[in-house]
Design a binder for this molecule. Structure first.
Ligand SMILES: Cc1cc2nc3c(=O)[nH]c(=O)nc-3n(C[C@H](O)[C@H](O)[C@H](O)COP(=O)(O)OP(=O)(O)OC[C@H]3O[C@@H](n4cnc5c(N)ncnc54)[C@H](O)[C@@H]3O)c2cc1C
Length: 376
């Protein structure tokens, strides 16, 4: 068995897969290790929303759009199913509409303000009462994360010199060697650690001082027996406007934030904003909440699920939907950067902390890192 590789990647989530693809495209041999038989971290627990609209204009939006093109490239190559569905931010209150109007007027993102009739034409399943209009953006993509992650791994294995070794916990990395808990050892010129929210196993001394926070999100899945239109857009509402950095440039956002704190402080207590992604199989991924560090408990809170559903019902006609799954996911997030990246001795790169935007940013961030390494 080959035990000497150009590159070894620790972690088979989206960030590890992005690096494996970037390396493999350059003709390099890649060993990809994950401690689980199938990756089961944040990358399979998310909405599967590729969400450029959430990134502020400038480098981050450019990176998100680069990732978007790479998802579409993978889809065309048959590696994953990625659907160009776009997104709608719905407005039911004047302060929500004001933020959407100001954001559109800024002209930084490819989006437009549309009236309530046009919203309903694109998304007949949204609540029509009191609907004032919405922000339509065509740049968002949907993947089913539970399929996309294993499918991309298979495609890499079948089309490149990528060898996955699943079910191997890496316990030591030094001097170009990687060792797993069963005593196996491999050598690689470059070793990229993409260990997601695990800040304790590899390089804890680096990761615990890196300005990373852990964040827990509660999620639900609904099954609907009503038919959803093909390529139904992702849905978000006014609460989401206070969550993504792209809207921070809007002066009108303060009034919306103050109203939410005044009327519904319980949503801020659990970091709740609500979104929905309609999968083609009639299932809808719903969420979410945000609890950080010490507030993270292994036990999910039914009060959070109830609040998420209460807020979603203001946006969506869910009368024929039933909740079929509940779960939570945890990601690591850097305070200021889209990813925490540090180069250590012996060709070791640590690359983690993509926060709530790893599906949106990972391919672009990995490609940019590889371009830099190539030219160094
Ligand atoms: C509920 C939820 C919803 C989200 N929704 C979205 C969304 O819609 N759009 C978006 O852009 N982003 C979203 N995100 C964020 C996105 O999912 C993350 O940023 C991204 O998945 C992080 O990828 P990762 O590869 O770093 O981590 P992970 O997916 O957690 O992968 C890390 C992998 O490393 C492995 N590992 C760790 N340590 C070792 C070791 N020592 N040896 C071997 N293997 C190891 C783990 O087993 C794991 O498989 C969401 C996140 C969550 C939790």
């Amino acid at each position: 068995m080959m035990d000497n590789f150009d590159v070894a990647v620790v972690g088979g989530g989206i960030v590890g897969l992005a690096h494996a693809w970037s390396a493999a495209k350059r003709g390099l041999s890649v060993l990809l290790l994950d401690r689980d038989p199938q990756a089961c971290g944040a990358s399979v627990r998310n909405f599967g929303m590729v969400w450029p609209i959430g990134q502020p204009s400038g480098d981050l939006y450019t990176t998100a759009m680069q990732s978007r093109s790479l998802w579409l490239e993978l889809s065309e190559a048959g590696a994953v199913e990625a659907e160009s569905c776009g997104s709608l931010h719905l407005a039911y209150r004047d302060d929500e509409l004001a933020v959407l109007r100001e954001f559109c007027a800024g002209g930084t993102h490819a989006c437009e303000l549309i009236d309530s009739q046009s919203v309903l034409a694109k998304a007949p399943f949204v609540q029509c009462e009191s609907l004032l209009g919405g922000l339509w953006s065509s740049t968002e993509i949907r993947v089913n994360p539970r399929q996309a992650i294993p499918s991309l791994l298979d495609w890499l294995r079948n089309n490149f010199r990528v060898i996955p070794m699943m079910g191997r916990t890496v316990v030591d990395v030094s001097d170009h060697f990687i060792e797993s808990s069963d005593g196996s050892r491999w050598r690689a010129d470059k070793i990229i650690i993409c260990s997601g929210s695990d800040l304790r196993t590899l390089y804890p001394e680096v990761l615990q001082k890196a300005g990373l926070r852990l964040c827990k999100l509660q999620m639900l899945e609904a099954t609907t027996n009503t038919s959803l239109p093909p390529a139904a857009p992702h849905i978000a509402g006014g609460l989401t406007l206070r969550h993504y950095k792209s809207f921070e440039s809007c002066r009108s956002l303060d009034a919306l934030k103050q109203r939410i704190e005044r009327e519904t402080p319980e949503l801020n207590a659990y970091g709740i904003h609500v979104m929905a992604s309609m999968l083609p199989n009639g299932r809808v991924i719903l969420g979410d909440s945000h609890e950080y560090n010490e507030a993270i408990s292994p036990f999910d809170k039914s009060v959070i699920d109830d609040l998420i559903l209460r807020e979603l019902q203001l946006l969506l006609d869910m009368r024929m939907w039933s909740i079929t799954q509940r779960w939570h996911g945890i990601y690591a997030k850097h305070e200021a950067l889209p990813v925490f990246h540090v180069s250590l001795d012996d060709g070791i790169e640590v690359f983690t902390g993509t926060g709530g935007a790893g599906m949106t940013m990972a391919f672009g961030l990995a490609e940019q890192a590889w371009k830099k390494w190539e030219s160094a």
